[in-house]
Design a protein around this ligand. Structure first.
Ligand SMILES: [Zn+2]
Length: 203
């Protein structure tokens, strides 16, 4: 019986999701594709596994590293290729802010055109969301602009923006135009315009 370690769904971006080790099951994975990633165009090798309890898993190895399960979803479509497309799209979307978009090298499932189509559809969705964000310039966004903190739509939700952290340490703060608040997870500071103003004055 091929079963999953956890029935949780999603893309593993940190230690919160644990899909288990591939040690005993790595021969159950089937080759999916090779991509070039990171600014150095390093080759990543992807594999998938379909379980008897109706999940699809996506795993990768890089260099000689052990196979790591990076995503898992319930099978949503009758057709296997649609399920593979779904999990690949979700994984690329989740990792893009950190590692950029992968380049096609080889695949047993996708043609280069199909793979590029998946990447393009993610970019198009983000562009459409970003356009919506730009229609709603709030006082906090204006304040960030005036203080050269370069607010840009995140592309994930129309009310979600990123801007430079006032600490000057080279990371981003998250901005929500829903509540017109900002937060920095690294500096552990958050607030509205008033809190931002007093932080800028401290400096
Ligand atoms: Zn910060």
């Amino acid at each position: 019986m091929k079963t999953v370690f956890t029935t949780q769904e999603g893309v593993k971006m940190n230690s919160e999701l644990d899909f288990g080790s591939t040690k005993e099951i790595h021969e159950q994975f089937q080759y999916l594709m090779d991509t070039l990633e990171t600014m150095f165009d390093e080759e990543f090798n992807y594999y998938y596994r379909v379980t008897d309890d109706n999940f699809i898993q996506l795993a990768y190895s890089y260099g000689k590293s052990e196979l790591q399960i990076m995503a898992q979803y319930r099978m949503r479509f009758k057709n296997l290729k649609e399920n593979i497309t779904f999990i690949v799209k979700n994984s690329i979307e989740a990792s893009a802010p950190f590692s950029g978009y992968p380049k096609f090298e080889n695949s047993s499932v996708f043609t280069e055109q199909e793979f590029d189509g998946i990447v393009q559809s993610i970019k198009d969705e983000k562009d459409a969301i970003s356009k919506k964000s730009l229609e709603n310039i709030t006082p906090l966004i204006t304040y960030l602009k005036e203080n050269n903190l370069n607010p840009v739509p995140s592309g994930y939700s129309p009310t979600n923006w990123n801007a430079q952290c006032p600490s000057g340490r080279g990371h981003s703060i998250m901005v929500s135009t829903k509540s017109d608040e900002w937060g920095c997870g690294y500096c552990r500071r958050k607030g509205g315009i008033a809190e931002l103003e007093s932080w800028l004055h401290e400096k």
